[in-house]
Design a protein around this ligand. Sequence first.
Ligand SMILES: C[S@@+](CC[C@H](N)C(=O)[O-])C[C@H]1O[C@@H](n2cnc3c(N)ncnc32)[C@H](O)[C@@H]1O
Length: 432
Amino acid sequence: MHEVVRDLPEDIQSRLTQLAVRMGVGEEDLLLSFLHDALDETEAVAMKYAQSAPRLLFPDDEVLEAAPVMPPDTNLPFSFIDLFSGIGGLRLGLEAVGGRCVFSCERDKYAQKTYESWHGENPAGDVTEISTKGIIPDHDLLAAGFPCQPFSIAGVSKKNSLGRAHGFKDRTQGTLFFHLAEIIDRKQPPVVLLENVKNLRSHDKGQTWQTISGTLQELGYAVFDKIIDAADYVPQHRERVFIVCFRKDVFGDAPHFGFPATPEGPKPKLRDILDKGVDDKYTLSDKLWNYLQEYAEKHRRKGNGFGCSIAKLSGSTRTLSARYHKDGSEILIPQRGKNPRRLTPREAGRLMGFPEKLLDPKNQIVSDTQAYRQFGNAVVPSVVEAVARQIVTVMREAVVSTSGNGCILKAKKKRRRRPEMVTEQLARRKPR
Ligand SMILES: C[S@@+](CC[C@H](N)C(=O)[O-])C[C@H]1O[C@@H](n2cnc3c(N)ncnc32)[C@H](O)[C@@H]1O
């Protein structure tokens, strides 16, 4: 009996003993027959699901041993870490599909304050100081909205000419991405989700993107990327590149991942997120309004469109930036008989799609300046949620447990017993 299962709860153990006595079979044989029946049932459900699922994860290998079978429309209780966490836009999107954050890290003390007040967790500080400290727990998914920096190729060329190997450590040395890559290398999370500004791909004549994508592939990942405009989710034109990576030794060389389709229906409108009776302190002074108009006119004459922008209430705004607090010039709200006004911090939060319950001015524990900066740096949670739903459909295929304690994904592909071997083994031990 103890070879099959240890430490059965007392009530189950005593019912098993009674049943075995009543049926005149050994406890071990009885338990094995139960397992056998359960396995048959699980296999039948698995086959049903597999027929509707796009593919099997390990077609040439074995079906996952004891993988829990889940309907495709439920969330997944996976664990994740939130690096360069800001105020937690990635976190909210991942939590919406069942993710559970086990570690966060953010250097800015004001963003840390907001993060703690909203998510009940004080993020660790500078990534460059924690990447080698061994304080990051194991996790299923690593999420990071890392700042973009150029990579110098000078060092690589020199090393190349000396005939030395140049892995990501050489190529990315001195950048924040280097620290990120080091964490990925150490922790080997099955899934990585990165978010960055749209021009990451063209930055430094494509060199930055080549280095990032090459490094992720070198670390063992299949890499997918797409620029997504948040205007389908919130009334703001905000293009960001989303990079989704799956470990090949967990998901195979070509995981069936696809970015979300564009949501159907009309796009959100700015007027739906605006408050009425906004405090006059958000209205531009004559001096600032005149200055912005002159500045815009100067640029218009030079042939570039840079300048202030009066937003269209029936459409979406320009991109909210981290500098919005300075003059609000990129998104000005027209007012009848008055100079235009800025968005309030609460409206800026709505424009980013943060949930209303977090945006109550009573809960704003930083200055307006910091609040605008935090929203301008953030990622739109509903876009993350849409991407995460797609990730979850792939993740589901590598689940080995759904207890939600620690990691739920198989971390590395191991040899597994074929199901028929398990059945054969059980058949040999079936009660007579
Ligand atoms: C683009 S924002 C990410 C925002 C986040 N995704 C959100 O939704 O709020 C990048 C963040 O990285 C933080 N950061 C920059 N350098 C850092 C470092 N060395 N260690 C930790 N955080 C850092 C910045 O303070 C900023 O909040």
